[in-house]
Design a protein around this ligand. Structure first.
Ligand code: CMP
Length: 224
């Protein structure tokens, strides 16, 4: 872990593992060894938890907080591949195919993490088909998201890309589509391959036209 600073340590519980989608259906007898070996970490905002190109040693599960998966070029230009939140995992790609880390994963805010060492993760996979299936389902979901992103980059203008991204990050709340997740204009720009200024202009236009309502701590989408 890079620039890591432990802010505290807390023993993870079986109940916590049960609440994580990756472990759905995995019996206690197989979760217990994972739990014994898992290491709890709390990292500050801006910590690079894994760095592209590094060799792989662990899988990470986010207990709380949000992180960005991003890649950058030699000039420091960044593309955000996705945002990850509580219950989601990362670092599985290198563990599965033995290649170096494919991207940086950076804490957008203080993150609580569970670190599972490569050997323990592989043993867990060998022992439990539900765990394999859950990982496969997540990989398929990530591939679907990547397909949708390629489609929007190739076929949509910036208005379309912003609108699509807002829709993807929204959830249903009392009959409205609402985005609760903190989404900065800079993050949106880095996710859709546009400038921050352009995203700002598009968001203003969407608001002025009544398509979105920006409120304290949330954005409401108007689907009419
Ligand atoms: P790994 O390559 O070991 O380290 C970087 C991690 O970022 C990678 O494993 C995945 O867990 C995660 N990652 C890379 N690309 C994506 C993506 N498109 N969507 C979600 N997560 C990703």
């Amino acid at each position: 872990m890079h620039a890591e600073q432990d802010l505290g340590k807390k023993a993870p519980s079986l109940a916590l593992l049960h609440s994580i989608p990756m472990f759905a259906g995995v019996p206690d007898a197989q979760l217990e060894p994972i739990l014994r070996m898992a290491v709890y970490r709390k990292v500050p905002r801006h910590t690079t938890i894994v760095r592209a190109g590094d060799s792989t040693d662990s899988l990470y599960v986010i207990i709380s907080g949000n992180a960005r998966v991003q890649v950058s070029d030699a000039e420091g230009r960044e593309v955000i591949l996705t945002l990850l939140g509580p219950g989601e995992f990362f670092g599985e790609m290198g563990l599965i195919d033995g290649s170096p880390r494919s991207a940086d994963v950076v804490a957008s805010e203080v993150c609580e993490l569970l670190m599972i060492a490569k050997a323990d993760f592989k043993k867990g996979l060998a022992d439990n088909f539900d765990l394999c299936l859950n990982i496969m389902k997540s990989l398929v979901q990530r591939l679907r998201e990547a397909d949708r992103k390629i489609e929007s980059l190739a076929l949509m203008d910036v208005y379309g890309r912003v609108a699509k991204l807002l829709l993807e990050f929204s959830t249903e709340e009392d009959g409205e589509r609402v985005i609760r997740r903190k989404l900065t204009k800079q993050d949106i720009a880095k996710m859709i391959g546009a400038s921050r200024e352009m995203v700002s202009r598009v968001m203003k236009d969407l608001e002025a036209s009544g398509y979105i309502r920006v409120e304290e701590g949330r954005i409401v989408l108007n689907e009419d």
